[in-house]
Design a protein around this ligand. Structure first.
Ligand SMILES: Cc1ncc(COP(=O)(O)O)c(C=O)c1O
Length: 390
């Protein structure tokens, strides 16, 4: 079967091998625990599900406006205004099929062939392929575990060329959980703006930041430089709504129009009744989010109390999201010389599925998700320790 050269240049996901192996072992009757998950283990709040059910019963099942339900766009604008002191209105927002489609629409709308996009590494798996699909060049800038997985302005400046068009930021980060401080974000934003770059700030984990750390949003920079900054967010992580596919963007009106063209020619509106549920989520108060955040924080502390004692492993304390990204490369040996081999070994020997750091642009590390209950987390980390350290 002949497929396009676009497809040929895309690398297959490095997570697939571990997933395939996990399925194979499960089929053989082995007990496998997954710490590879990228979604909260909580149910979507009742009042959100009820709003969606009501919409269905009311027959709210037709095509809708491409950039989203006006009511939901207003709720999104209110969210930014309330959380980050912006003065956004519905026209500055757009509803997408998850944060993922927001990122895809943005890159398709902003990038010309050959444009370079700076991506701090470790990065979320989909950033480089999405840049390539927009015919841009991903330029990774590496931050080590010792640097807290955060890049500096000097590093970014060293990566900048005449072709650099966009900087993609993700704080708190998947896979590292690193969250940039206000000072760090401001310094990076100032640098990017002064060099006429466009900043895409993926803030999908903005509600999952653990005190005393605070989320430093780029939203105030959007307010000042709406033609150079946009914010991506969504309900998947903060409201445990991964399957609903509700993402949203805060951007300049012209960019919203450009993205609507892409969405209008590809997927059209996001599921009508799911958007009604999303209105309920954003309008219903944040108590459920507070409860989930408190629970994730406890799990983070539990996981750190175990991993922090592992010899020859460097794991900065994550300030947000629900991942740990220990640097384990000092443990590599003939049996597991890289992150993929170590994950395969741990899957076979400990029965625990993890994601190799190579998938996120850092082969020194492995990603551990703590979106599981405390007992499962503790047991599986102890199983890993027994295999690695005896
Ligand atoms: C950093 C980051 N951005 C975007 C997304 C996409 O989220 P959604 O499920 O809303 O498409 C994810 C999901 O894992 C993520 O981790």
């Amino acid at each position: 079967m002949k497929t396009s050269s676009r497809i040929a240049q895309l690398k297959p996901s490095a997570t697939l091998a571990v997933n395939a192996k996990a399925l194979e072992l499960k089929a053989q009757g082995k007990e496998i625990i997954s710490l590879a998950v990228g979604e909260p283990d909580f149910p979507t709040p009742d009042y959100v599900r009820d709003a969606c059910k009501r919409a269905l019963d009311d027959g709210f099942t037709r095509y809708g406006a491409v950039p989203g339900l006006p009511e939901l766009r207003s709720a999104v604008a209110n969210y930014f205004n309330l959380m980050y002191g912006t003065s956004a209105s519905a026209e500055h927002t757009m509803i997408t099929n998850g944060g993922k489609q927001a990122l895809f629409n943005l890159l398709q709308s902003l990038i010309n062939p050959g444009d370079e996009v700076i991506i701090p590494a470790p990065y979320w798996v989909s950033y480089p392929p999405m840049v390539q699909l927009a015919e841009g060049e991903p330029v990774a800038v590496a931050a080590s575990a010792e640097a807290g997985f955060k890049v500096t302005v000097d590093q970014l400046e060293a990566a900048r060329t005449e072709k650099t068009a966009v900087l993609m930021l993700n704080s708190p980060s998947n896979p590292t959980g690193a969250a940039y401080s206000r000072e760090e974000i401001d310094a990076i934003a100032e640098w990017a703006i002064s060099h006429d770059l466009f900043i895409i700030s993926d803030e999908i984990y903005d509600q999952l930041v653990y005190a005393p750390a605070e989320h430093a949003s780029l939203a105030p920079w959007w307010e000042k430089y709406p033609e150079q900054v946009c914010i991506v967010n969504g309900l998947a992580k903060s409201f445990a709504m991964t399957g609903w596919r509700i993402g949203y963007v805060l951007a300049h009106v012209d960019l919203i129009k450009a993205m609507s063209k892409i969405q209008g020619q590809s997927t059209s509106n996001v599921c009508s009744f799911a958007q009604k549920g999303a209105v309920a989520a954003l309008s219903g108060g944040f108590d459920v989010v507070d409860t989930m955040r408190a629970s994730f924080r406890k799990r983070r502390d539990l996981a750190m109390s175990i991993i922090g004692k592992w010899p020859n492993v460097v794991c900065p304390v994550p300030q947000g999201a629900f991942y740990l990204f220990p640097d384990v490369h000092r443990l590599y040996n003939e049996t597991y010389p890289d992150s993929a081999a170590m994950c395969t070994y741990l899957l076979e020997e400990a029965g625990v599925a993890l994601v190799p750091g190579a998938a996120f642009g850092d082969d020194n590390c492995i990603r551990i998700s703590y979106a599981v209950d405390e007992k499962t987390l503790e047991e599986s980390l102890n199983k890993i320790a027994r295999i690695l350290f005896g």
